[in-house]
Design a protein around this ligand. Structure first.
Ligand SMILES: C/C(=C\CNc1ncnc2c1ncn2[C@@H]1O[C@H](COP(=O)(O)O)[C@@H](O)[C@H]1O)CO
Length: 269
């Protein structure tokens, strides 16, 4: 048996573009029937289920982006700053702890904010000196597999998941590096700066190695091996300024003295 087509209900034809059918989804406006109307907020709040996306690289890119946004947003108005690096393991009572505290204090008195990795040891000492002098004492912490937290002397802190985002902040927001004795973490920060200066990604960027007896061996090795083998240029060794004297460190930083300027490039020919 064939079914008769349904006769439309009598009455006026519905107007598909009537104002009541116009529907906004964010900035976009569409004509939609009631069945297809929904808001972006509804989708956001209703949708659950698949959660694996939070462990994928595209999602990580957003987290990485958020670290840059947070870092730039927090530090943009910091004013002049110097980063102080050094061992997480040299604790109060070590002469370098006292020296780092003095460096932090003197930098603040010279008008700089002090930036550290926000951890214990030398980082804590530099933050302590800076905070004690009433200055801006910045700690850029890093998430580690073992418990780590910002030291008690950080007055402005940011915690990072990613080393590379954090390292960008040290370079972007400081005018120079003071590198106290330390281990692999300190070497990483030191060689990051040296590479950026060598490749002219940053200019006028003094790097001082504080503690001649600790660092002299590295400088000698760079000269006797790396330079002798032609892996670096003489100006690359000159980038490193050794000092045991806080006054001298201040002088180098304040006067922005980078000894290899104006041109680092090897003469052609
Ligand atoms: C070792 C312990 C905690 C480590 N906590 C750290 N917190 C923040 N930043 C750190 C930490 N450890 C290393 N860093 C970074 O590397 C540099 C020091 O590393 P090193 O290997 O000790 O030289 C330092 O400048 C930080 O930026 C528990 O005691």
């Amino acid at each position: 048996m064939t079914q008769e087509p349904r006769t439309p209900a009598p009455g006026p034809e519905p107007d598909p573009v009537a104002p009541s059918n116009r529907h906004r989804q964010g900035p976009v406006e569409r004509v939609l029937d009631a069945e297809h109307r929904s808001t972006t907020d509804q989708h956001l709040l209703d949708t659950r289920g698949i959660t694996e996306f939070v462990h994928t690289d595209p999602w990580r890119v957003l987290r990485i982006q958020s670290e840059f946004v947070e870092g730039f947003g927090t530090l943009a108005e910091t004013g002049p700053a110097i980063s102080v690096f050094g061992s997480a393991r040299l604790r109060p009572g070590h002469p370098m702890y006292a020296a780092a505290e003095e460096v932090g204090r003197r930098l603040v008195q010279a008008g700089y904010a002090v930036i550290t990795g926000g951890g214990p040891g030398i980082m804590e000492a530099a933050n302590k000196g800076a905070a004690g002098a009433g200055g801006t004492s910045i700690g850029l912490g890093i998430e580690l597999p073992f418990e780590s937290r910002l030291n008690d002397y950080v007055t402005l802190g940011i915690n990072f998941r990613y080393f590379f985002a954090r390292k960008t902040m040290f370079v972007k927001y400081s005018q120079g590096f003071v590198v106290m004795p330390g281990g692999f973490g300190t070497f990483d920060e030191l060689f990051e700066a040296l590479t950026l200066v060598q490749t002219e990604k940053v200019t006028n960027f003094p790097v001082v190695l504080f503690g001649t007896s600790y660092w002299q061996g590295l400088v000698d090795w760079l000269r006797d091996q790396a330079l002798a083998e032609g892996c670096i240029n003489p100006v690359d060794v000159e980038m490193l300024q050794l000092s045991d004297d806080v006054d001298e460190v201040l002088d180098i930083m304040v006067n922005n003295r980078t000894p290899f300027l104006p041109s680092r490039r090897p003469v052609e020919g």
